[in-house]
Design a protein around this ligand. Structure first.
Ligand SMILES: [Cu+2]
Length: 190
């Protein structure tokens, strides 16, 4: 029985080899003009689609309205009250952050640090731990920072104006040591 299946399969291989003129590199370079053009067109189309709807794969983003203000609080449970925002790129956005906790600043402070798209959040949050002298903003990764608030003790708040330079998904985290694992969210600029 096996031979009956192998024989047709072998015939197909021979047929394909004959069609490609025995050129084994046809997949990579030979006769590449037609397939490559097809690939370029489809990838350009898909990247254009994703560029027009950045972050469209984020669960719940479809229900988030576009806003011109971002109001956040942080608490003693190391949580932001909201984690998903949608804004327009190029627009001035007013961001307000308040620490509504009661624990002393040395034990429980919060900030909001907005990172540029593509930033390694894990690496940034880890580097921030040692940056106590600069309110836990690591100066060696300052180029990854779009904007940030002050580090805020209990009851304190800060307001900043942020402009998102281009459409994309911007992570935001609190960089107080140990916080970014639970205090993180996303701002989608469209
Ligand atoms: Cu925090």
């Amino acid at each position: 029985m096996k031979r009956l299946f192998l024989a047709p399969a072998f015939a197909v291989v021979l047929f394909l080899a004959a069609c490609s003129g025995g050129n084994q590199s046809s997949d990579q370079s030979g006769e590449s003009s037609a397939p490559a053009a097809t690939t370029d067109t489809s990838s350009a189309a898909s990247s254009a689609a994703s560029a027009s709807t950045p972050g469209s794969d984020i669960p719940g983003i479809a229900d988030v309205p576009v806003s011109t203000e971002i109001d956040l609080t942080g608490d003693d449970q190391m949580k932001f009250d909201k984690t998903l925002f949608k804004v327009k790129a190029g627009q001035d956005i007013k961001l307000t952050m308040k620490n509504i906790g009661k624990l002393p600043a040395a034990a429980m402070s919060h900030n909001v640090v907005i990172l540029l798209p593509g930033t390694d959040v894990q690496a940034f949050g880890t580097a921030a731990v040692a940056a106590a002298a600069t309110e836990h903003i690591p100066q060696n990764m300052i180029n990854d920072v779009l904007a940030h608030t002050k580090m805020l003790g209990p009851g304190a708040s800060d307001q900043i104006t942020v402009k998102f330079p281009k459409p994309g998904v911007y992570d935001f985290i609190c960089t107080f040591p140990g916080h970014f694992a639970t205090m993180h969210g996303k701002i989608v600029a469209e």
